[in-house]
Design a protein around this ligand. Sequence first.
Ligand SMILES: [Zn+2]
Ligand SMILES: [Zn+2]
Length: 344
Amino acid sequence: MLKSMVRFTVLASGSRGNSAVVSGGRTRILVDAGLSCRELFRRMRLAGEDPETLDAILVTHEHQDHVNGLAVTARKLGIPVYFTEGTHRAWMRWLTPRRQMTYNQWLEQCRKQAEARQAEADAAAGEGEADETDGAAEPVTGEPVTAELAAVEAGAETAAGAAEGALTRASAGKDPTSLPAVEYFAAGVPFHIGDVAVSPFTIPHDAVDPVGFVLQAEGVRMGFATDLGYVPPNVKAQLKGLDLLLIESNHDLEMLRDGPYPWSVKQRVLSRVGHLSNDAAGEFLETEYDGQAAYVILAHLSESNNHPELARVTAERALNGRASLLANSLLLAAQHEPLLPIDF
Ligand SMILES: [Zn+2]
Ligand SMILES: [Zn+2]
């Protein structure tokens, strides 16, 4: 049987969770892990992918809709996570927040930490320490917290609510930041994960060190560009000669202006380090994009401030203006179900 060499599968896309699987040669990479581990595995199987065959997780930035299931997934599969150092640090800070507390709360925390250390020491004295630690931590860290998701949808990805949830989980007694292996990369410095070449590039977004990627395998080039306030020259330069382009089409400007978000959150989404509007994505597709990709996937659509048909029409109009375009099969990534796998 002929086996496809390069495959691209969007598992989820939107402010409640982002993740995709890229297979090239003998290598399979999960790009972001914004759903719970359980849900990621469910969707992979639904798409015909075997989670056990993943080799690595690649992270764009530390916002919760990109890392929600990260630690549990990495621990369960025993695979390395690739971050920039800044993103790794920010992610660890998010999972172990410091906050003001009363003396009694502090005493209580010390007591719990001492108990946890003792429990861990007892477990280590037994057998199979690593497995037990991860197994016990899993149900606690694996579940999305409703309040956090609400905060994410509101755009307040670093809100106090999220920190609160993380604290609850941190105090469960395990180190929520422990990973089987961490590999650092830097924006602008290409590297390899197995058979896949990775080119990370800086994007303008309100995270510590956010990046987009161009992944290349077997000569197939796939670009990731979501979570960016606008398309700066360095991103335009990267998104050339692609076979597949995943680009953000986050909101309709009028829907956002008239929509339910508080003014401060609207300002954040609209800012130069927020999210790309349908119009901004359309402008990029019409004026800067080289029209070479066989697939253009609109991604990270807001559920509150966009409608899939608005995003699609804007992008179609922009692409139709390009008379030379033959390819450009236009797809919309969804929040609640995976896209059909794309084979090259
Ligand atoms: Zn983000
Ligand atoms: Zn996001």
